[in-house]
Design a protein around this ligand. Sequence first.
Ligand code: XMP
Length: 493
Amino acid sequence: MANDSEPFSEKLRVPEALTFDDVLLRPKESRMEPDEADTATRVSKGVELNVPVLTAAMDTVTESDMAIAMARQGGLGVLHRNMDADRMAAEIGRVKRYDELIIRNVVTAHPEQTVREVDSMMDHKGVSGAPVVDDETGEVLGIISGTDIRPYLEVGESDAVTEAMTDEVITASEDVTPREALELMYDHKIERVPIVDEANRLVGLITMRGVLKRREYDDAARDEDGHLRVGAAVGPFEVDRAEAADEAGADVLFIDCAHAHNANVIDSAREIKATVEADVVVGNIGTREAAEAVVDFADGVKVGIGPGSICTTRVVTGAGMPQITAVSQVADVASQHDVPVIADGGIRYSGDAIKAIAAGADAVMLGSYFAGTDEAPGRVIQMNGKKYKQYRGMGSVGAMSEGGGERYLKEDDEDDYVPEGVEAATPYKGSLASELHQLVGGMQSGMGYVGAETIPEFKQRAEFVRISAAGQQESHPHDVMITDEAPNYSPDS
Ligand code: XMP
């Protein structure tokens, strides 16, 4: 602070802060191919991912559809908090149950039902088989499938289902692995295995379709019980929501604040951390001192003060920190305490994402990059013959009027909002999987140029060069007219 001995003009001896377009990765000798680059990382102290990418906690980016798609691909979706705690718990539950190996809500048949009744019940519920369960004891008596019924082999439509069912049922216990379940199915030429307790009571069902579906997602982010992982945003003072999200099974809670280097926010974040089982990531921050204030309790820190595509924080408040410098300052401190760093906002290209990792981040969070995908909330809109989806800042008037204001530590009435974000449209992009493929593929290529096979090795080995405006211009396609759009480059990004 300026005082008598420190003239105000001293304030203009300012340090330089850099962002994505100011730097490039210096190419280095490489002994690997980009495809060999392993992108596994940690997003918080207790949560590892195979893909170092998170989707933003924004109401036009991440609800359960996005979180499911992200976790299946190996990343993490962070549910936004413009919904009440009950709905958030339901969304978390939906992600957790989605790729469940053991189906808990099993459609069952009862011994007194007729073949016709069971046939129409299975049709109605959209299943092709059902365990037959004793109503009183809950024991599995047999299993019935469409093939037992449809040809009405030796039974009539009005016979009891017990006449048609297979009564030598192959069952397994709850600790069966996907591989063991599949072996049982192949060995016995069956498509479903009821899961039973010690008293042969039905507790769940594993289907061949379910096991094979899971196999398509080898890199998926799963918890110890095999459920998809999911993150959830909680407001800086929302202890109740944090508890509800934790109870519903969220793996990581993200304290969702535009300026987390605030004593009240930090006190509340500490309280939340002491209350919940889930990991707690604190954000957003953008300086060394902010990192120092939270690394003693945070399981991760999130960096980004105003870099986002829909953010107006820097122009409205005059405050902010260019993202490459912000990430590197926070990472200096966080790495000393083994706390993972997430770079949040401002990433337009895969090259930006891998630069953020080179600057010290362990993972990146993106909003605009994914807002145009099928899995983001909202419908596709047509404008001038082109397809778009809505994308808006959580500090925009529209989002704040639906509950987002707390992120900006404001409780104004709608007429008094001082927004820090805009409402916009972003080009429609199709499936998340193909967008993520381009993003991660580009990041792997960046690792290849630096010759680093893993994220930790890359963070150590990567060096930056500073580029001029002319260098920046040279980096983009120039002196040509682009005739065919590339899947990973748009001059408007
Ligand atoms: P991108 O650039 O990926 O940024 O679209 C997404 C991140 O931007 C932050 N965010 C905001 N920042 N005003 C802001 O200053 C806003 O209205 C706003 N909404 C989101 C947030 O960190 C998000 O992950």
